[in-house]
Write a protein that binds this ligand. Structure first.
Ligand code: EPU
Length: 363
């Protein structure tokens, strides 16, 4: 019996509205989490305590390849507030279930700028640290303060700072399962399927300073003759840039970039450029080079191609899309999406010798 009467386990729940690819699949069982007491109530019930669990945020970074057997915990923890102000930062907090873009807009309206370069990224606040989301020169880790999460095995509440989240490029401790680390001879800490993020706090620097230097933003500045944009202008530009080249998941199902931009050594980069002079590459601080996966896929001729109802977006080859409806049975299947993804990986490997890694979680 649950001691929280408001909590309900729903059975055979259609997940098409809860994943931004809008793939048709069902959760065998789903429970909505409004706060930590819902998790504790669940763990206190012997029927659910030991069952495997899957934490669902905005569904913007998952590919469903079938019905979901683990108990789905749909995070609906809400609320946005200023926690405190220090001489150098505004510390603001949002519930994990808040929509990311609405939260970014709220911070600007409330006078706490700093997240504007990450406007319009689909998903929830709770999913943002999992992926260490980023766009136009700012990554979540640059604005992160701390987060509260609950351990799904013990029900213990804990707080992590940035170092403890082990952020990397589209990576964090939440993407790795706990596993023995042979080299270190101990258990490497991973929190995949173990932690449910409840609230995230951001440190927004005072005074605010625009993050510029990204080609698309520079273009907007030149077009509009603005050399020192405000946070609101940057927000508007980022929204316009994203709307022009990325599909709106409410209209065309997608999960944003489907692959990570790969990193190569200077030698590999020189070798590829000798064969492919137009290769899009960026020098990183450690001397390695990041390549534009979208360019690699595009160069292999994939833009606009399809497998069944799964397709490669015609304005940005790094984005795979659902060419079927977002609310009907003719949607792309997870199988079609993955067949297309594997075919792209094979052709990029054959032409460039580079293995593209998928960005979303394949379930
Ligand atoms: N390009 C092509 N053809 C394509 C796609 C891209 O030639 O079909 C070229 C572009 O012309 C450009 C380069 O590739 O020279 C890079 O493209 P873009 O600026 O669109 O950025 P990206 O590297 O493809 C990354 C992030 C995006 C983020 C943008 C802007 C990853 C995996 N993706 O994309 O993040 O919005 O930069 O900062 O790092 C996401 O993660 O879901 C996401 C959308």
């Amino acid at each position: 019996m649950f001691d929280n009467a408001a909590m309900l386990v729903e059975k055979n729940v259609p997940l098409q509205p809860f994943n931004t690819f809008h793939i048709v699949a069902k959760a065998h069982a789903l429970v909505r989490i409004h706060d930590e007491s819902d998790v504790r109530a669940l763990l206190a019930d012997p029927k659910w305590a030991g069952k495997s669990k899957f934490v669902l945020g905005g569904g913007s970074n998952i590919v469903l390849t079938g019905n979901v057997k683990p108990l789905v915990l749909k995070v609906e923890v809400m609320g946005c507030r200023l926690v405190r102000e220090t001489p150098k930062f505004f510390i603001v907090e949002a519930g994990a279930g808040e929509n990311w873009h609405d939260f970014v807009r709220w911070t600007l309206e409330a006078g706490y700028p700093g997240l504007e370069n990450m406007a319009l990224i689909p998903g929830t606040v709770g999913a943002s640290p999992v992926q260490n989301i980023g766009a136009y020169g700012v990554e979540l880790q640059d604005r992160f303060d701390s987060l509260d999460a609950i351990d799904l095995q013990t029900g213990r509440l804990f707080t992590l700072n940035a170092a403890q989240c082990a952020f990397g490029y589209r990576d964090s401790v939440f993407k790795h399962a706990s596993a023995p680390d042979a080299e270190a001879g101990h258990q490497a800490l991973g929190l995949k399927h173990r932690a449910l993020i409840l609230r995230v706090r951001f440190a927004l620097p005072k005074p605010w300073k625009a993050v510029l230097g990204y080609a698309d933003i520079d273009k907007k500045m030149a077009e509009q003759g603005v050399s020192q944009p405000s946070a609101q202008q940057l927000f508007d530009w980022v929204c316009a840039i994203r709307r022009a080249k990325l599909p709106d998941p409410d209209v065309i199902g997608n999960v944003g970039s489907f692959f990570k931009n790969p990193t190569v050594t200077p030698e590999q980069c020189v070798d590829i450029i000798a064969r492919e002079p137009k290769l899009v590459h960026y020098l990183l601080a450690d001397g390695s080079f990041k390549l534009a996966a979208g360019w690699l896929i595009d160069a292999c001729g994939w833009r606009g191609k399809s497998v069944g109802q799964a397709g490669v977006y015609d304005k940005q080859a790094l984005v795979l899309v659902n060419r079927g409806s977002v609310d009907g049975s003719d949607a792309a299947t997870g199988g079609e999406v993955m067949t297309l993804a594997r075919a792209i990986q094979t052709s990029v490997y054959e032409r460039f010798g580079i293995r593209l890694e998928t960005e979303p979680d394949i379930l």
